[in-house]
Design a protein around this ligand. Structure first.
Ligand code: ADP
Length: 401
């Protein structure tokens, strides 16, 4: 008798140890499907059975099978039994289903034990086990399964909270993205209004003076300038949007990017009497999108041109340099303009921030450039260069192999 009690106790200890190990596993995941698999594994370790079914409460309150094992149960019979357990908030033990008011969940499965998945008195689901032998489950099995039900309920509730959190997070992200797009759209609309008004004015002026070709030519000139301005805004905006995408992975040489940019700009810079000095050092390749990088160099050069052409410039000199460090390559654009006033520096890279006259600046150049360089895992930095301004692009070198 003493020995029987000892063995029984030993059995309990072993099952409780399995339960403990199972709990650790079930609690260790926040993925719903994985959690269901682990509940099945834990149950198999603790209560001998043939088939099982785990039902969970959906967001609309109804119960639905999350996982079943050993065979496909009859949906209607399963639901009616599960609803009974849910309503009573208590375990149900049937030695022989055929002798009860319930229908067997799977043909030939005679005994059954089912428990609610309770968190306090909230039922989050139901776990049911069946076996072909009548009277296969004991009170002990029922009690242990009841415990498994509690543990599964906590795990399921964690999974659900995690899902809710993820959902809320992605909604928040979506909202802030929408807000950013809205801001951008408002800015673009505002910016485009100026050249569009100028285009309209010039076109009307030309119409009115149709008999004066000299005036018409002047108006058409204005119209062209305003169209250029509108085009600049739109193309910057496109780059801004493309800049959000990861750059295409392509090997690029910053010196080549510079040469290509200068071939586009040299004429214009000459016309504006900019004295350009270029100093290149041989560079290793970087990873990126050459046309986006070109856009960065264009923006920096145009800004430098504007700076040396405006008031407060010491000379019309602009210096472009490339060099390499141990893990990065650098390109700097330095000008002899008036530099950036201290109160402007914090706003340099903000979209639509400009100190240039209406119709001249879009305030997108530096923010677009900053974004492009960041997408290339690099940095765009401003520093004081005496009174003038100095912008440096730093990009990581592609490691060999
Ligand atoms: P935009 O040139 O259209 O104004 P940017 O984003 O390129 O737009 O530049 C924003 C502002 O930064 C400029 O309006 C100007 O005030 C300042 N800035 C940029 N580059 C220079 C520079 N080289 N020297 C002085 N100020 C500069």
């Amino acid at each position: 008798m003493h020995r029987a009690a000892h063995e029984r106790l030993q059995g309990w200890v072993e099952r409780l140890a399995s339960l403990l190990e199972g709990t650790r596993l079930v609690a260790g995941t926040l993925e719903l499907d994985e959690m269901a698999v682990r509940v099945e594994q834990m149950t198999a370790q603790v209560v001998l059975h043939d088939r099982g079914i785990l039902l969970a409460r959906k967001s609309d309150g109804s119960l639905a099978p999350l996982r079943f094992w050993g065979g496909t149960p009859d949906p209607a019979a399963t639901l009616s039994l599960a609803e009974t357990i849910r309503a009573n908030l208590r375990p149900l033990l049937l030695d022989d289903v055929t002798k009860s008011r319930f229908t067997p969940l799977v043909a030939g499965q005679r005994s059954l034990v089912g428990v609610p998945l309770l968190v306090e008195s909230d039922c989050l689901g139901v776990l049911i086990l069946t076996a072909s032998e009548p009277g296969a489950f004991s009170r002990e099995d029922q009690d242990l399964l009841f415990l498994i039900g509690f543990l599964s309920a906590v795990a399921y509730s964690n999974v659900r909270h995690h899902q809710d959190l993820k959902e809320a997070q992605s909604q928040l992200l979506q909202t802030s993205k929408l807000a950013a797009v809205g801001q951008l759209a408002a800015g673009v609309a505002h910016e485009l209004n100026t050249p569009l008004a100028a285009i309209r004015l010039a076109a009307e002026g030309a119409q009115l003076k149709a008999d004066r070709p000299d005036i018409v030519v002047k108006r058409l000139d204005k119209l062209r300038a305003a169209t250029d301005q509108a085009q600049k805004i739109v193309s910057n905006l496109l780059i801004y949007c493309q800049g959000r995408e990861a750059p295409t992975h392509q090997s690029a040489d910053l010196n080549e990017v510079l040469d290509d940019t200068l071939s586009l700009l040299r004429y214009q810079l000459n016309q504006d009497r900019v004295e350009l000095a270029v100093e290149k050092t041989e560079l290793p390749a970087v990873q990126g999108n050459p046309s986006q990088l070109q856009q960065v160099v264009i923006n920096l050069l145009i800004n430098a041109r504007d700076a040396v052409s405006g008031p407060g410039a010491r000379s019309r000199r602009v210096r472009v340099r490339t060099w390499r460090g141990s893990s990065e390559v650098f390109l700097s654009v330095e000008d002899d303009g008036p530099g950036v006033p201290a109160e402007v520096v914090p706003h340099l890279f903000e979209p639509f921030f400009t100190t240039k006259p209406v119709g001249k600046g879009t305030g997108l150049g530096l923010s677009v450039s900053h974004q492009i360089v960041a997408r290339h895992a690099g940095r765009l930095e401003y520093s004081d260069a005496g009174p003038g301004a100095r912008f440096v692009v730093c990009l990581p070198i592609v490691s060999a192999g």
